[in-house]
Design a protein around this ligand. Structure first.
Ligand code: SRM
Ligand code: SF4
Length: 598
């Protein structure tokens, strides 16, 4: 046993005094494995019996194992919670359907692809919407079983898929969608695509089940080579990767397991600082779960990117907790074994040593709404899409037909679209002579509104009700009117030009990234939220709980008095999140595990 291993085991015993599991000298957590481990192993590399379920038209749903397994194919079984009770009363099964999440590294999508997804959403989804997510892709909600195969074949016909956008694998790889510094951005984006491809499951299950491609039998001879990186039991838990171009931190590195921070010289990408172990989810009342910032492992040359990514993923694959899914993500593995131990293992596996991190700074996270000129003579128009929901909200009123508006633009647009991690959409690569046409369409369909405040564009919510089965409180449906009330408070205090990064998530899973907001609301129950304060603009500080279980009215009362103090007591240009820490309203979370619950 090496001294580092010994240290890690000792450390693990100390930090997990109350826990019942232990690790052996190979860093494997001992104990009864979580049931998801059985189903992954038994699934024959993600096939399970999904095809049989698809043909079973007696139920709209999937069996419990396939319910989990279809996630790796990019789908979640859902039902509309608004009508659940009514159907129960009528003795009907829930109206099962699936939500699909596409794989879209860096969020780039062509007009042709857009028109295909628009048509599918219109014709074959119950809600008729395209939902842009906090991870630079889109979701269809409400796809019934008979349309699932058609959906995958439609995506495939335009070069898209939904493989590995959910489940215990590396998810959609994010990349700063910043068309201004396009030379470095383009290189960063190329790496996001390479990383996505490299870490994808290699099983042919997706192609066989959804695209009717020939089945490749698993045999004794080939079984060990089918998944060279992920292995037959895949990862212990979901895994998230980004490529980010500072000073923008719009993809929120600290929500992710593995981040490549682009370092450039003379306008060319030369390598990355590697940040490992971020994540935001927690469970109410369970202090073994907590949001955690990623740790800086150091700098690598650009050509070492895939080797390092693979080494981080396989270390987490082998050392991650497969006994308790609540403590299974990389952030917990790092805290359990120790950062130095994890880093040394990555260096050993990759055959590469990290060198000292190169300086960089994150200063902002918001999207630059409106036109910006790129260095290639093209123009880029960022549209603010409230909650990422592209829907024709009113059949009679064109100015509320956001989805049709984007489709109309796609019909004439020569560049591409880029989805942002703030749920917005960039119409990228517009020639000078096309600007007026594009902007006219955007205005006609309500995609540009001049009266949208900075506060509104700085606010974000997760989906929550009615489709999310885990939602405890409203988020997407609640945010617009709540923001109006926060805007009123800012106006009342002569702060109309200021904005607070405000985020709402319907439960502590944190999909709206409230745990990196200046003001974060985390759902507890109907109109009940825990209120967190003290994140910063750059997204490098986790906020701390201020008060628990408040109604939205009570939250507004709290914000009213805090914003009033901010307006008179703030130092020059002091942001709200910094202010509440300076005046002692909440303590700063410096080390999340230590300070978050203090
Ligand atoms: Fe999420 C589960 C929606 C980003 C942490 N998330 C879910 C599910 C699928 C509910 C479920 O498991 O049945 C939600 C579906 C709602 C619906 O009806 O659409 C859901 N998550 C979303 C999206 C759509 C929110 C949005 O409004 O945009 C985001 C889709 C991202 C994507 O395109 O891949 C989304 N989820 C996130 C983020 C933010 C991020 O990654 O930047 C987080 C926090 C970061 C992190 O992972 O720590 C996040 N989602 C979770 C978790 C908690 C994971 C954990 O570590 O414990 C769950 C529940 C789970 O996995 O058990 C979850
Ligand atoms: Fe659902 Fe919770 Fe995620 Fe919101 S944070 S989408 S309520 S799982």
């Amino acid at each position: 046993m090496t001294s580092l291993t010994k240290h890690a085991i000792e450390n693990f015993k100390i930090v997990n005094k109350a826990s019942t599991y232990e690790i052996d000298q190979n860093m494997v957590v001992q104990g009864k494995q979580a049931d998801n481990e059985r189903l992954k192993i038994e699934s024959d590399f993600l096939r399970g019996t999904i095809s049989d379920d698809l043909n079973d038209r007696i139920t709209g749903g999937f069996t419990p194992d396939n319910f989990q397994l279809i996630r790796v194919h990019g789908m979640y079984q859902q039902d509309d919670r608004d009508i659940r009770a009514e159907r129960q009363k009528q003795k009907l099964e829930p109206l099962h359907n699936v939500m699909l999440r596409a794989r879209m590294p860096g969020g780039v999508i062509t007009p042709k692809q857009w028109l295909a997804i628009d048509k599918f959403a219109q014709e074959h989804t119950s809600y008729g919407s395209i939902r842009l997510t906090t991870r630079q892709t889109f979701q269809f909600h409400g796809v019934l079983k008979p349309n699932i195969k058609l959906m995958h074949q439609t995506l495939n016909s335009v070069g898209l898929d939904s493989l590995a956008t959910a489940g215990d694998v590396n998810r959609n790889v994010l990349c700063t969608p910043n068309p201004i510094e396009s030379a470095v951005h383009q290189q960063a984006y190329d790496w996001a695509k390479k990383l996505s491809e490299h870490l994808l499951p290699k099983s042919r299950a997706y192609a066989e089940i959804w695209l009717d491609e020939e089945k490749l039998e698993t045999t004794e001879e080939n079984k060990d080579s089918i998944e060279p990186i992920l292995g037959a039991s895949y990862l212990p838990r979901k895994f998230k990767t980004t490529v980010v171009v500072p000073p923008q931190n719009d993809i929120d590195v600290h929500a992710n397991d593995l981040n490549f921070v682009a370092i450039s010289e003379k306008g060319q990408l030369i390598g990355f600082n590697v940040l490992v172990g971020g994540g935001l989810a927690m469970t109410h009342g369970d202090q073994s779960t907590y949001p955690r910032k990623a740790d800086d492992f150091g700098f690598i040359n650009v050509e070492d990117t895939l080797k390092i990514a693979e080494a981080v993923v396989t270390t987490q694959r082998d050392w991650g907790n497969r006994v308790n899914r609540k403590n299974a993500k990389t952030k917990y593995t790092l805290d359990r074994v120790g950062i130095e131990v994890f880093k040394a293992e990555v260096e050993k596996r990759a055959g590469i040593s990290f060198s000292e991190s190169r300086p960089y700074e994150f200063t902002e996270r918001g999207d630059r709404i409106g036109w910006v000129a790129g260095i290639d003579g093209k123009h880029h128009l960022t549209l603010f899409i409230e909650n990422g929901r592209l829907l024709d909200f009113d059949k009679e009123d064109q100015s509320k037909q956001l989805k049709t508006g984007v489709a109309q633009i796609a019909k004439i647009h020569q560049g591409d679209f880029r989805m942002t991690a703030n749920q917005n959409l960039i119409i990228a690569g517009v020639a000078e002579q096309d600007k007026v046409k594009i902007e006219t369409l955007a205005r006609q369909y309500g995609l540009i509104k001049d009266d949208v405040s900075l506060q509104r564009t700085s606010s974000m919510a997760c989906v929550a009700f009615p489709t999310c089965p885990l939602a405890m409180a409203e988020a997407e449906r609640f945010l617009p009117s709540f923001v109006t009330q926060v805007e009123d408070l800012l106006v009342k205090n002569n702060l109309a030009d200021e904005a607070i990064i405000l985020r709402v998530t319907g439960c502590p899973n944190g999909c709206g990234r409230a745990m990196l907001a200046e003001v974060g609301l985390v759902g507890k129950g109907p109109d009940r939220y825990n209120l967190y304060l003290g994140g910063n603009k750059g997204g490098t500080r986790i906020p701390k709980i201020y008060q628990e279980n408040l109604t939205s009215a009570a939250i507004l009362t709290e914000l009213d008095s805090l914003i009033a103090r901010w307006s008179v007591e703030r130092e020059q240009n002091e942001a709200f999140g910094d202010f509440v820490i300076r005046i002692g309203v909440v303590n700063e979370v410096k080390v999340s595990k230590r300070d978050f619950y203090d």
